[in-house]
Design a protein around this ligand. Sequence first.
Ligand SMILES: Cc1cc2nc3c(=O)[nH]c(=O)nc-3n(C[C@H](O)[C@H](O)[C@H](O)COP(=O)(O)OP(=O)(O)OC[C@H]3O[C@@H](n4cnc5c(N)ncnc54)[C@H](O)[C@@H]3O)c2cc1C
Length: 313
Amino acid sequence: MAKNIYVLVEYQGDRVKKTSLDLIQALSEMPGTTVTAIALGTQVAVQDFGSAQAIVIEHEALAEYRGDTYAEAIFGALDKPEWIFACHTPFGRDIMPRLAALLDAGFASDCTSLDADFTLRRAMYAGKATARVSFTGSSVKLASMRPNTLMPKTPVSQTTTIKKVAPTLGTQRVTVREIVKSQSTRPDVSEAAIVISGGRSMKSVENFTLLETCADTLGAAVGASRAAVDAGFRPHRDQVGQTGKVVSPSLYIACGISGAIQHLAGMRTSKIIVAINTDPEAPIFQIADYGVVGDLFQIVPLLTEEFKKIKNQ
Ligand SMILES: Cc1cc2nc3c(=O)[nH]c(=O)nc-3n(C[C@H](O)[C@H](O)[C@H](O)COP(=O)(O)OP(=O)(O)OC[C@H]3O[C@@H](n4cnc5c(N)ncnc54)[C@H](O)[C@@H]3O)c2cc1C
């Protein structure tokens, strides 16, 4: 019997986040799975998600994200779920424990791989160790996958059968008074395929222009260490690490970042890591695929020039 899998969809405006689509499509192409995407909102922008089916839950109370309301709406729409997946983003981190509590189910968070037998690998002790975990018993199983870790092998073009649901919701206990939207037009660090990050050694807000110019050439996101965020060089939404965002891009370029364990916890699953640091003993070099011992203020402009040349070829 095929595994009955639900995947929670995340939107950015009217656009389904690529990380959600990747997760849905990667699960759909695993043998023996039936995947149902779940999208919520007031007027949900419907599309082919790459799954066989989708449930679109529409209600005025779902206009803005509220954990208890969303969890109640999802709970009511499930039909004999075996697995529920979401991306390990702020949305996934908030909604999944709520659903697990409602379903009295187990939850594996921040997973970085899923084997064919549905054994998961997840980070522990701030990324110092990873554990292989599997669920016992027959109850529903929940897992949040770190974005960009479970990727489809081929782009899936599957027509999704959409079922619309109007939930009956109880009294709302939370009111959203204001949403302050970020002014940034850059990709989010947890979504981007390439992230270029700076540390304390960037020395000022203005010096981050150096990384922004390089990022614009690559279509990359700009990240930061906590030291750079604490110094006020970047907003907290750009912080990578244990108390920031967990990223897993194809390419992570760390500029003047020492490689403290709390920073590594947020980026060590990046596919290729490049480190630029003046100190040849900096711990970041222990996990870097490519290391440049040198001054970032000299190296980054040179790299940007080379990237521009390649782009214009
Ligand atoms: C509970 C807790 C949670 C934390 N969470 C996070 C987190 O989420 N994310 C995070 O990043 N940190 C986190 N930290 C902080 C972490 O321990 C480090 O203090 C922080 O990552 C250091 O930032 P940094 O590498 O930018 O600065 P530093 O450690 O000061 O390193 C600066 C580096 O820049 C190099 N350098 C200096 N000048 C240049 C130059 N011109 N060119 C190239 N290299 C140069 C130096 O050799 C050095 O390696 C946390 C700490 C705690 C206790």
